[in-house]
Ligand binder design. Structure first.
Ligand code: URA
Length: 265
């Protein structure tokens, strides 16, 4: 079986899309193979291209601050991107580039098999929740193709706008509680064992914020809405969301899901 290092070597030698012609270094991703959390960003920027490492510029500093705020460090998580080579001038990655790189991300997900995938920004969110708006989807846990996906806005957007910074911080604060719940769900039940519930999960009425994040949140009528599985297809974000010259712009946009799409919560 291949390893994450084998995969990284393949990424470094990849010529499957035009981005390889302008890269200084490919950025395969980094972190422990058994990480509980996999972060998926958009694509390398200037600093990442120079160093061959993900999130090492200003957005990376903010990501590290966010991790610190929940008592974690970057060496505990795996950090990857939708595309592994820098789009010139930090333009948005093109659909053909995302599609060409998809095989590497797919394999990273399989090999790491994380408890929780945190998508950073609209491009990585769109891979799991195509057609949805980041301002609507952020901060809510979804079950997608058997994976637990928690979309948040891109840290770079938080560096540009204070209100986005606040929403990123708010979403990040939910991560420890989510991990508690997911760890408990992943624990194999042994006959006769008494399982200790995480404190904030065991309360009779869960706090609304945590309840909101669970894969099966109650709907307005009090009935549980079953998790909806979306196809895991590489997708380009909805064209109505604005783009910018930096990875990544998560400006608020129209919140209505496209016709025919179900809103979960
Ligand atoms: N932005 C991203 O999306 N990825 C990086 O690695 C750095 C900045």
């Amino acid at each position: 079986m291949d390893t994450l290092e084998d995969l990284a070597q393949r990424v470094r030698g990849c010529t499957d899309c035009p981005l390889h012609t302008s890269r200084t270094n490919a950025v395969p991703g980094e972190g422990p193979a058994d990480a509980e959390i996999l972060f998926i960003g958009e694509g390398p920027g200037f600093h990442e291209d120079r160093q061959g490492r993900p999130f090492v510029g200003p957005a990376g500093n903010f990501l590290e601050e966010l991790l610190q705020s929940i008592g974690m460090t970057r060496d505990q998580v795996y950090i990857a991107n939708m595309v592994k080579c820098r789009p010139p001038d930090n333009r948005d990655p093109a659909p053909n580039e995302i599609a060409a790189c998809g095989k590497f991300l797919d394999r990273q997900i399989e090999l790491i098999d994380p408890l929780l995938i945190i998508t950073l920004g609209r491009f990585s969110m769109s891979r799991f929740l195509p057609g949805q708006s980041i301002s609507r989807a952020r901060g809510r846990l979804r079950s997608v193709g058997g994976r637990q996906v928690f979309p948040i806005m891109h840290p770079a957007a938080g560096l540009r706008r204070q209100e986005m910074r606040a929403s990123i911080e708010e979403d990040f604060a939910k991560v420890p509680g989510l991990l508690d719940v997911l760890r408990m769900q992943a624990e194999p039940a042994t006959p006769g064992s008494i399982r200790e519930e995480p404190a904030h999960y065991a309360t009779e009425t869960p706090p609304p914020s945590l309840w909101d994040m669970l894969p099966t949140a109650p709907d307005a009528a009090g009935a549980n809405t079953p998790p909806v599985e979306h196809p895991v297809e590489p997708q380009h974000p909805t064209p109505d969301e604005p783009s910018s010259d930096e990875p990544s712009s998560d400006e608020p946009s129209s919140d209505e899901p496209p016709a025919g799409q179900q809103r979960l919560f």
